[in-house]
Design a binder for this molecule. Structure first.
Ligand code: AFP
Length: 344
């Protein structure tokens, strides 16, 4: 057998990986594997649409706003429908919640209900879609009380209760990054055979780094700890950190998270004083919680600056939070700045 033929037969598919992981669990019934399979099928369909772009007329605005008051892209609506249609019939879910939809989505009466809840952002970073930058789907899985019709309250659970979180990145290649609470693994979609293949086993975020990601245009609204941290980075070798830093900002959370998982760094979308009523930009249930689960499982830290993201008790399914995460040593430093008295 040639070397390349041998390595092809050694490839581990996502399904094989999940089944092998679940085999070790005494209560595993296979339901979770089937649920994940449906999520992945939806993401493959989304990958196809995103990839075809202008050729199939899916780019541009839909002329509507979502529950957050944000302009919806056609693909926001299409990808939301794909997720719902792929998941509602399977019998694995008690209900779903989408960043694009006001209230939780009920399972149609004709289908059986199951023991999980799924929350998703069907197309994160969608304002980048028309300029052909990386976008993604983010999802979070919680357990559902069996035999109940879940209400909004049933979704309002701390991130630490998630049983699985993941995201699919539609970039130069389509990648799935996944955790079930036992480390983080990355899979690349082999378009020829339509399977996700394990390519990045046990991803770990380097503890040290010298790269930061923040939307600098908000600088004048930042609180003192963030100003101090970024000022010190920018001061470089001559400043208190004694080394030069680099900056990156894709404005697509999935892409920024993926970079940090691979080469370290920090991401900051902190609380800012633009609108004191608005606690942050990113959404707890659809963005912060799943990413926090992944980041912590890869050895990083994820916080609001004053509280661990996974410990937040949600009060609203669409609530926003400040979000700070990345390499452990850098995030610990920034959290320590929040703990010191400041002038504002
Ligand atoms: P969109 O989905 O509206 O493009 O927002 C993307 C996002 O929620 C997240 O993916 C980015 O990290 C962040 O917003 C970018 O925010 P700015 O537009 O303020 O840079």
């Amino acid at each position: 057998m040639t070397q390349s033929a041998k390595s092809l037969t050694d490839q581990v598919t996502l399904t094989q990986f999940i089944i092998e992981q679940q085999r070790g669990l005494p209560d595993a019934s296979g339901t979770f594997t089937l649920l994940l399979n449906n999520i992945v099928t939806a993401c493959k369909q989304i990958s196809h649409r995103v990839n075809r772009g202008a050729l199939i007329g899916v780019l541009g605005s839909a002329g509507s706003e979502n529950v957050q008051g944000e302009v919806q892209k056609k693909l926001d609506i299409i990808t939301n429908d794909i997720m719902v249609k792929a998941l509602d019939w399977g019998g694995h879910l008690g209900g779903m919640a989408s960043e694009e939809i006001d209230d939780p989505i009920k399972i149609p009466k004709q289908y059986p209900k199951g023991k999980y809840l799924v929350l998703f952002d069907p197309l994160d970073g969608s304002s980048n879609i028309d300029i052909n930058l990386t976008v993604g789907t983010i999802f979070s899985v919680l357990r559902c009380r069996e035999g109940v019709e879940p209400e909004t309250e049933d979704f309002l659970r701390k991130g630490s209760e998630q049983v699985c979180a993941g995201f699919v990145l539609y970039g130069p290649s389509t990648m799935l990054v996944l955790t079930t609470g036992n480390g983080v693994n990355g899979f690349t979609l082999d378009q020829d055979i339509g399977e996700f293949i394990l390519t990045h086993r046990n991803m770990r975020i380097p503890e040290e780094s010298s790269e930061f990601a923040i939307n600098m245009s908000n600088q004048r609204f930042w609180e003192a700890p963030v100003k101090r941290y970024i000022d010190e980075c920018i001061a470089g070798q001559e400043g208190p950190r004694g080394k030069n830093f680099n900056m990156r900002w894709v404005a697509s959370l999935v892409a920024d998270v993926y970079r940090i998982l691979n080469r370290g760094g920090v991401f900051l979308y902190p609380y800012d004083l633009r609108d004191p009523e608005r606690p942050g930009k990113l959404r707890l249930m659809y963005e912060a919680n799943p990413m926090a689960f992944i980041i912590e499982q890869a050895g990083g830290l994820c916080s609001t600056g004053t509280e661990r993201i996974l410990d937040i008790k949600p009060h609203d399914i669409h609530q926003r939070v400040p979000l700070i995460f990345g390499s452990k040593n850098e995030i610990e430093r920034l959290i320590s700045y929040y703990q010191q008295p400041t002038d504002n």
